[in-house]
Design a protein around this ligand. Structure first.
Ligand SMILES: *Cc1c(COP(=O)(O)O)cnc(C)c1O
Length: 385
């Protein structure tokens, strides 16, 4: 991040609407009924910037923050954010001490991790906050089958000793984006069994949660005590086949813009960019857009990525390079300095992250998250500096 560089000095940048993030969290909270909202801010808040996004989410009504990695959780605390934070993806040998001391909730899927967290709590002379992660069918990071029994028993022992406080129990859906899929119900049933099982073992598990964005929007009965949306916080639809962001009351928060470095007339038959995969069909204007795959623009967008120039839609012409790509804009009077919008909220006719995802065969999650740290973030809305 370049800090406070004015847009006049920037060649390409990402604009983040913090009011949209706050609004989206408010909308998710409304849908979650009595359940709390944990805003998931992993992956640098899905590319939107960890700290400003976290603050906007809290302002919008989130009472928890969720991250994958320990470093992200510690960054939130270092910035003075005191809200409850859950981190859930760690390898053996992680230094759990700072997290234990700073009251960060540690999501634990296995006995090895519980043992390491307990050792850190003993060393610090304090009680660690632990949330147990059950695998109810995603077959990813979570205690599966008999490992659940071992984890439950070890947690009950450590809780009785006062070494850990089990502040939560959670799981994650495999098919929340297909609400009719049989696993959606099966996972809810197995989660209810795990909750009952923890109760029988004498664990007072605190918050019970399983719903990501898709489940929050389409399976409200799975909300339990808290929902855990990520993508929807940033205003994108996790179920594009079922509804666009507006249909769920969401506003996309990210816009990616670049300013043309060069616009030039070329004759018909001119091959464009590496390998000349695009050849001009007639005399035309080519615009050089200074953003490329080093910035997170997928090279798979070569020839297919949608863009908007002066209110008109075009497509990336030829290959995306490391720092730039070209667009054939026909006879549009584009010039050096013209603003090119790659994607945004879509309400000014510009392409959306979902359009980019469809153009290259991926999901909008990947489009926003891959926008690299090299691109300056420009924040607008309440809380922007
Ligand atoms: C990423 C993640 C979420 C949020 O998922 P979305 O689909 O972005 O809402 C929730 N819980 C866990 C465990 C995750 O890894």
């Amino acid at each position: 991040m370049l800090g406070r560089v004015s847009t006049e000095q920037m060649t390409a940048w990402v604009t983040i609407d913090l009011d949209a993030i706050a609004h989206n969290v408010g909308e998710l909270k409304r849908r979650a009924g009595n359940a709390e909202v944990m805003a998931v801010v992993k992956g640098d808040a899905y590319g939107h910037g960890l700290l400003p996004s976290a603050r906007a989410a809290l302002r919008g009504g989130a009472s928890w923050l969720g991250v994958a990695q320990m470093a992200e959780a510690l960054q939130l605390r270092a910035a003075g954010i005191q809200a409850p934070v859950l981190t859930w993806l760690h390898a053996p040998g992680t230094d759990f001490g700072p997290a234990v001391q700073q009251g960060i909730d540690i999501g634990v899927p296995a006995v090895w991790e519980l043992d390491e967290v307990a050792a850190a709590a003993r060393a610090a002379g304090t009680t660690a906050r632990v949330q147990l992660k059950a695998d109810t069918g995603l077959a990813r990071n979570g205690a599966y089958g008999k490992d659940w029994d071992l984890l439950r028993d070890a947690a009950a022992r450590l809780q009785a000793e006062g070494v850990i406080d089990v502040t939560g129990l959670f799981t994650h859906f495999a098919y929340a984006d297909s609400p009719q899929h049989p696993t959606v119900l099966q996972q809810q049933e197995l989660f209810a069994e795990r909750v009952a099982d923890a109760d029988r073992a004498g664990l007072a598990v605190g918050v019970r949660h399983m719903s990501n964005s898709a489940a929050t929007l389409t399976t409200p009965g799975a909300a339990w005590d808290m929902v855990r949306p990520g993508l929807a916080v940033y205003g994108l639809s996790p179920v594009p086949d079922l509804g666009d962001p507006a249909s769920f009351g969401l506003r996309p928060a990210m816009t990616v813009t670049a300013r043309a470095t060069v616009a030039k007339r070329v004759p018909a038959g001119q091959g464009v960019s590496y390998g000349h995969t695009y050849v001009t069909p007639r005399e035309t204007t080519l615009v050089d857009v200074p953003i490329g795959y080093a910035d997170g623009v997928p090279r798979h967008a070569s020839g297919v990525g949608p863009v908007q120039v002066d209110g008109h839609r075009f497509t990336v012409s030829g290959r995306v390079c490391m720092d730039q790509f070209m667009i054939d804009v026909g006879d549009l009077p584009a010039q050096a300095g013209s603003e090119i919008v790659l994607f945004g909220a879509g309400d000014r006719g510009e392409p959306t992250a979902q359009d980019w995802a469809e153009a290259i065969g991926t999901i909008s999650y990947e489009i926003v998250t891959r926008m690299s740290g090299r691109l300056p973030r420009r924040y607008v809305g309440d809380g922007a500096h």
